[in-house]
Design a protein around this ligand. Structure first.
Ligand SMILES: [Zn+2]
Length: 515
């Protein structure tokens, strides 16, 4: 208890002026613990670490940044001082979610509003943490085993088979179906379907009326799973099981003919096609850097980056039309005009882009300069001094925009990290693409491969798709400036990027067309 008093005294001293120290009770089946915190205006803030301890969760502090990670067997929460974003990792997926109020730091501890503590901790625990505002107290209720229930079974006979749809409250984590053939003896063929986790109204299912497809259903409830046995009236030779996540339905397609490919009912094929369409790499967005009043860097012989980037972009569009005639190519600019950085991401998103490639040229502060080679970047906060220098140089383009302070206010390092994590699904693809472009461009252009880097480019932040930025060479280097300023050089660089995209597309689509 002495610890609590000390903490309260410290909070009085260093918490915000209006704050009053406060202890918040947390009730659970095993007893009550008290969480240190303070009241500020309408909100009670509680120590994140103490809530975690009361729930027997592990914590970890990232020393350099004071970020606090809380983790359970199911997932983790990452809190950042003075920041409203919480990075939630659950079942291998990471998303950044935003609280209306930031996490506060006092005396080396992180505090968050109690009502949000309840909401966020509930995401990663087996059970619910609720917060009663009137009483200022938490209650932890462990999860009662609630398994998703089977709500309906529908059957539709088709010309060459049948479709059975099993409706559920929520989709099971696992599902499986098998067909048995009776052979001789007059026994019927059976279809067995296992769903887990799941629960069923067994008598209700057992009394389902017979249909043209099956004569009856027998349901067996296991501790966590349900097995359904359908006694079939006709012979089916194969089956295909999939889920419709929009309708929480497990669908079993049964085929009465060996020639499965031909008889896939149009309906099912349509559903599968729609799923795949979302993944198809059918729109590529090319973003020639700078333009109009923003010349980018001006290199040797007065060569301007904006003109080189545009020429490469136009060449690349032509190459892509030839190499991938079914892919739509959208350009953020196809002439010498100024487009704000944030607008470029918007154009890409509106076009439904599946890939975003920003084309630039590098330079050193003094010219002529021997520094040379190709560098390709994908979005992540800059790590090396060189990546930070290049990012700063490219981001400086915002000075040509009106109101840029307002537009980019949220683009500080921390938010870039969080945006990146929110889009972490794309990071792997962006990195693969960056590596392919880096290799191909440096090879065709006989330029040095300076490697792939990660940096906080504003232009990449807005594009919700795999996105890379390629610095095609140094305009401050006399040889590379001549090369990039020449029609031949621009063709070669475009060809290198095009080859990389073709390779990337093949690899990417392979991942999504299987299964
Ligand atoms: Zn540039």
């Amino acid at each position: 208890m002495r610890f609590r008093i000390v903490l309260a005294a410290i909070l009085l001293y260093c918490a915000p002026a209006a704050a009053q120290p406060k202890l918040v009770a947390l009730h659970s089946a095993t007893g009550t613990s008290y969480i240190g915190g303070f009241q500020e205006l309408n909100h009670v803030y509680v120590s994140i670490g103490e809530v975690a301890r009361a729930l027997s969760l592990n914590t970890f502090v990232l020393k350099a940044t004071d970020k606090l990670s809380v983790y359970s067997n199911y997932g983790s929460l990452l809190f950042t001082p003075s920041n409203g974003f919480v990075v939630v990792s659950l079942r291998g997926e990471t998303t950044a979610m935003q609280m209306p109020l930031p996490v506060l730091e006092a005396n080396g501890k992180l505090y968050m509003p109690a009502e949000y503590a309840a909401e966020y901790f509930s995401r990663i625990i087996q059970g619910t943490l609720s917060y009663d505002k009137e009483q200022s107290e938490f209650t932890f209720s462990p999860e009662q085993q609630s398994l998703p229930k089977i709500t309906s079974i529908r059957v539709e006979p088709k010309v060459n088979g049948a479709v059975i749809e099993i409706g559920m409250q929520s989709l099971p984590k696992a599902y499986e179906a098998s067909l048995t053939s009776s052979g001789l003896g007059g026994n019927p063929d059976m279809l067995y379907v296992t769903l887990m986790p799941a629960t069923a109204d067994v008598p209700g299912l057992d009394s389902l009326p017979s249909t043209g497809v099956y004569s009856n259903v027998i349901a067996i409830q296991n501790p966590k799973s349900v097995q359904l046995s359908f006694r079939l009236r006709q012979k089916f030779v194969s089956k295909h099981v999939f889920v419709d996540s929009t309708a929480n339905t497990v669908i079993i397609a049964l085929y009465s003919s060996q020639n499965v490919q031909k008889i896939l009912s149009e309906e099912i094929q349509q559903k599968l096609d729609n799923e795949k369409k979302n993944w198809k790499l059918n729109v590529i967005v090319l973003d020639p850097g700078h333009g109009g009043k923003d010349p980018g860097t001006t290199g040797m012989y007065g060569i301007e980056e904006k003109n080189v980037a545009l020429a490469i972009g136009l060449d690349l569009r032509r190459d892509l039309h030839e190499a991938l005639p079914n892919v739509k190519v959208v350009m953020t600019r196809d002439k010498d005009v100024f487009i704000p950085l944030y607008k470029r991401g918007e154009i890409a998103n509106e076009a439904g882009g599946k890939l975003f490639i920003s084309i630039h040229c590098n330079s050193m502060p003094t010219k002529p300069n021997p520094m040379h080679g190709v560098e390709t970047f994908f979005l992540r906060p800059g790590k090396t001094a060189e990546a930070i220098r290049i990012a700063a140089q490219e981001n400086a383009a915002i000075k040509y925009e009106n109101n840029y302070e307002k537009t980019y206010r949220s683009y500080d390092a921390d938010n870039i990290i969080l945006t990146t994590m929110a889009h972490s699904a794309y990071v792997k693809y962006s990195e693969n693409l960056a590596e392919l472009i880096e290799k191909n461009v440096s090879r065709v252009a006989h330029e040095r491969d300076n490697g792939v880097g990660q940096a906080g480019f504003y232009v990449l932040i807005g594009a919700s798709m795999p996105a890379v930025l390629v610095e095609t060479g140094y305009l401050s280097n006399p040889r590379e400036a001549r090369f990039l300023g020449s029609v031949r050089g621009q063709h070669l660089v475009a060809r290198g990027i095009c080859d990389a995209i073709v390779k990337y597309k093949a690899e990417y689509e392979k991942n999504f067309t299987q299964n």
